[in-house]
Design a protein around this ligand. Structure first.
Ligand code: ADP
Length: 482
């Protein structure tokens, strides 16, 4: 206990003062003596003594009034009153004033040290309690500052009337409030959930993934799926000084529409393919039935070209349908560099015809990928095919294939017309063609949608970087370990 605490003695010069000075120094305290009231006040202010022993009369003044004044300014400072002799009146006054101890003759060294130590211990306890209390009140004030009870009720009333599901979380991802829609969505009924950790209350893997992954991203959209088929679109928005809000909208009907549309496209494409094969077959038979004149041959050629074009389109649509419904489950070890070489071989004729400068960089240490080889070929064909198709004569196409942190990176760069920045995301949508796509370049707008579906089904990512008039670069990242 505070051996180096400073004890300030405010006593008239006397044997008692000497005794106290010796006793307390011997007990290991620092001791200072005030000669008059102004010295006492100065030392109390500046030297911050741990305790004062004050004479009943000090420097011609009344000890009790000096003590009262000192306590006014330093209410937690322990003061022991020394009385020349013990009277019950003096003891009562000391008690009433809130002094921490009372000494009177005859005095032994032990009495002095004992009284000082007791007073200090009490003061210390009081100090600890005060500190704790201050901390508690400030922290509850901080909580209140974040979201006060009245604010909470107001907010709850607003949020209750919103048709979207709303969850407000604090910074520790504990629930501050949820609205009724959320209670309905997660079947929470009347459960008391405020203040609980979100993951303890709502057991939905998609939602928990959104919350745990969202700390570093400012705003994120995410689909929340339920076993009964419902699908919600969820957004996570950080709220400064509060935590975060998650809003959820039911998009089950949109998903259902999307599914119906895909089913429709799939059925129509399927039903169209057979008659088209028949049309193609008959156009080939016509040639065998007798000699055709030059015009007839030309018309037949155009007919066949048209039918082949529609068949290719339908095959793309059927492919997309299969990919989107998750049928792509075939997995083999694929060496991407081999697939890339085959693909480049296929475009060799066109590359030469357009006098395109082709640059190829392949990492000698390529690792195999567990993938569907047909789909990987399709993806590479589409990207290389686009680069060659959109690059003007004498342009340049570069294909890079390398490993980075167990991921395969495939990048195709070209010096084509580029894609306007606001369309970078849209070009992966079905049937979308960039507004600056050259008129003389044919296309259906399905190639990149197929690329995206293939990359998605292999847990990869694809994106484009492009500047109009300069060229485009498509990058695909595929993890080698699924
Ligand atoms: P398309 O059959 O029209 O080429 P894609 O789905 O492959 O369809 O591409 C979608 C659109 O993206 C294209 O119509 C084109 O506008 C743009 N695009 C794709 N690749 C390139 C490229 N390498 N350079 C410029 N534009 C491109």
């Amino acid at each position: 206990m505070g051996k180096h605490d400073l004890i300030l003695l405010a006593l008239n010069p006397s044997q008692i003062l000497d005794l106290m000075q010796r006793a307390l120094s011997a007990a290991g305290f620092d001791v200072a003596v005030a000669n008059d009231v102004s010295a006492l006040n100065k030392s109390t202010r500046e030297a911050t003594p741990a305790l004062i022993i004050l004479g009943e009369r000090f420097a011609e003044q009344d000890g009790l009034s000096i003590a009262a004044e000192a306590l006014e300014r330093f209410p937690t400072l322990p003061i022991i009153l020394y009385a020349d002799k013990d009277t019950s009146g003096m003891a009562k006054s000391a008690l009433k004033l809130g002094l921490s101890g009372y000494l009177y003759p005859p005095l032994k060294v032990a009495d002095i040290v004992d009284e000082v130590q007791k007073s200090l211990a009490r003061a210390r306890k009081l100090g600890d309690w005060l500190r704790r209390e201050v901390k508690r009140t400030t922290s509850s004030l901080v909580e209140k500052a974040q979201i006060s009870e009245t604010e909470r009720i107001k907010l709850e009333a607003i949020i209750a009337n919103i048709q979207d599901g709303v969850i407000v979380l604090d910074e520790k991802k504990h629930i501050l409030l949820v609205n009724n829609i959320i209670r309905e969505i997660f079947k929470l009924d009347g459960q008391e959930i405020n203040g609980k950790a979100l993951e303890d209350v709502i057991h939905n893997a998609d939602l928990n993934a959104l919350i745990s992954r969202s700390s570093d991203e400012p705003l994120k959209y995410h689909e929340i799926n339920f076993d009964d088929g419902r699908v919600f679109n969820a957004q996570y928005t950080p709220l400064p000084n509060i935590g975060a809000a998650v809003t959820m909208q039911d998009i089950s009907y949109l998903k259902e529409l999307d599914r119906l549309k895909n089913d429709f496209i799939h059925t129509v494409s399927h039903d169209l393919r057979s008659p088209l094969t028949a049309v193609l077959g008959y156009t080939e038979l016509i040639e065998r039935t007798g000699a055709l004149n030059a015009s007839q041959q030309e018309f037949l050629r155009r007919l066949q070209g048209g039918v082949q074009h529609i068949t290719a389109l339908i095959n793309d649509l059927l492919d997309l349908g299969r990919l989107e419904s998750g049928f792509d489950v075939r997995r083999e070890l694929v060496q991407m560099e081999d697939v890339l070489k085959y693909s480049l071989d296929m475009f060799d004729g066109e590359i030469k015809k357009k006098r395109i400068k082709l640059l190829i960089n392949i990492d000698p240490e390529m690792q195999p990928l567990r993938a569907n080889p047909i789909r990987i070929r399709q993806m590479i064909d589409n990207l290389i095919g686009n680069a060659v198709k959109y690059t003007p004569d004498e342009g340049r196409v570069q294909a890079d294939l390398f490993m980075k942190d167990k991921q395969i990176i495939f990048k195709v760069e070209d010096t084509g017309p580029g894609i306007p920045p606001e369309e970078h995301n849209r070009i992966f949508e079905k049937f979308f063609r960039a507004t600056n796509a050259p008129d003389n370049v044919e296309g259906s707008g399905l190639g990149l949608a197929i690329v995206k579906s293939i990359v998605d089904s292999h847990q990869g990512r694809v994106w484009v970087e492009s500047a109009v008039g300069k060229g485009s670069a498509f990058t695909v990242i595929l993890p080698t370990q699924e």
